[in-house]
Design a protein around this ligand. Structure first.
Ligand code: ATP
Ligand code: MG
Length: 410
């Protein structure tokens, strides 16, 4: 049997798991404050849910999806991102009655890409979708929420908000024409992938990670010059809102997102600490997506973060509650020890028992698990209704009556 995990997948445990859990916990507490509610959708969907909606020239659809045929002959795909499934659920459950609607999700995503630091084949995303709000203030709120999330993780100062506007459809078409004209003049310098994208989805070239494409893109026409008045005004109001909230951002004229469904505001929260995998959170407005999936004219905006990438940025160990160790001095009091431990737990304390070994061994173990106190249980004290409590930080110990034990330990 092969005993290693599949390439690009990892077992998460110990400190690394504590960190990813902290990321999602803080994410939950922040977005719930803004009124978002959790939705859980299946990990696999019909392939077309992704193939049709993410864009048939996107990296995800052309080379990263885990597709398989099930025993019934259906083509299914392990979800590579969360938005398409969430919108599919919105449409299939008829949630149009409840607009505006705020959803968040978390869970594993799957992409067949080259594994490297911060790039896995199974990874976790935490994301939000705000449906039915077409105003720039919604964009501001959703970005502010992302910003607060990273602040609460202690990452302020380590990440920059980059934002751009892709404008409405008219603006995007105008830009596309200009861009294609420019790129045709540099056709020979483009990577093969980008040559193929030139006619079908030239915007994607701006997002290319190939050095030769980057060099060409350097001098490409600026998106801002193609925005119509309506789109400019929308973007102006987004930036004004960010200014009002004191959110520091950088307008990045080259920022486009890798998927087809974006319009108007797109944004990324970027760090320079993870090399080429510096984007920890990314999102944007997708006003056409719901209609494309048959759900009517419903505007949407959302973001998703890479939970493992964020966890990698947390350099301090996660603080967890220190336990109390229950230590029986001899086998005669083992049962009493179990009873006392259980009572303390029911009163809300975190309690460990050593299970086996003599008292000395158990005390060593108590220190190893970083217990803050030991409750030492001996037959003589027990006869008087007492135990010995030892403070493991300063070594002080005293007799405490069983009745006062929980209070004393708190
Ligand atoms: P990248 O440019 O790094 O490939 P992306 O544009 O494909 O990212 P999105 O689809 O926007 O990424 O996903 C949102 C977030 O999910 C990313 O910003 C990143 O933090 C995380 N993410 C995406 N792909 C991976 C992966 N393969 N492994 C770990 N995290 C990932
Ligand atoms: Mg990618």
């Amino acid at each position: 049997m092969k005993t290693q995990s599949v390439r690009g997948t990892y077992d998460l445990y110990g400190e690394a798991k504590k960190k990813t859990k902290l990321v999602t916990r803080i994410g939950e507490s922040v977005v719930e404050k803004y009124g978002f509610e959790e939705i859980e959708t299946p990990i696999f969907e019909f392939t077309e849910v992704f193939a049709r909606n993410l864009g048939d020239t996107s990296d995800i659809v052309t080379k990263e999806m885990y597709c398989f045929e099930d025993r019934g002959g259906e083509s299914l795909t392990l979800r590579p991102e969360g938005t398409a499934g969430a919108i599919r659920a919105f449409v299939s459950n008829g949630m149009q009655q409840n607009l505006p609607l705020k959803l968040y999700y978390q869970g594993p995503m799957f992409r067949y890409e080259r594994p490297q630091k911060g790039r896995q084949r199974q990874f976790t995303q935490f994301g939000v979708e705000l449906l039915g709000a077409e105003v720039p203030q919604a964009d501001v709120e959703v970005i502010a929420m992302a910003y607060e999330f990273l602040e609460k993780l202690g990452l302020q100062g380590q990440v920059v908000v980059e934002v751009n506007s892709l404008g409405d459809e008219e603006s995007r078409n105008a830009y596309r024409t200009k861009l294609v004209e420019y790129l045709r003049g540099h056709y020979d310098e483009l990577s093969d992938d980008s040559k193929a994208r030139l006619e079908r989805n030239p915007l994607r070239i701006l997002d290319s990670k190939e050095d030769c494409d980057k060099a060409v893109v350097e001098n490409a026409p600026l998106y801002a010059d193609s925005l119509n008045e309506k789109s400019k005004e929308f973007f102006r109001q987004v930036l004004e809102g960010l200014d009002k909230l004191g959110i520091k951002y950088r307008v990045n004229n080259r920022l486009v997102r890798g998927l087809d469904y974006y319009s108007h505001t797109v944004f990324e929260l970027v760090t320079d600490k993870l090399g080429a995998q510096g984007t920890v959170l990314a999102g944007g407005r997708y006003d056409g997506l719901v209609a494309q999936m048959g759900g009517g004219d419903v505007a949407g905006i959302g973001w998703a973060c890479g939970v493992e990438r964020l966890a990698m940025l947390l350099d301090k160990p996660v603080e967890t509650e220190r336990p109390i160790a229950v230590v029986p001095v001899c086998d005669d009091v083992n049962v009493d020890a179990v009873e006392i431990a259980q009572k303390l737990r029911l009163s809300g304390l975190k309690v460990e028992q050593g299970y086996s070994g003599n008292m000395k061994k158990r005390m060593v173990r108590a220190n190893k698990i970083n217990a803050r106190a030991a409750v030492i249980i001996g037959p003589d004290e027990l006869a008087k209704g007492e135990v010995v409590v030892k403070n493991l930080d300063n070594g002080e110990q005293k007799n405490v009556s069983l009745n006062d034990l929980a209070k004393e330990l708190k």
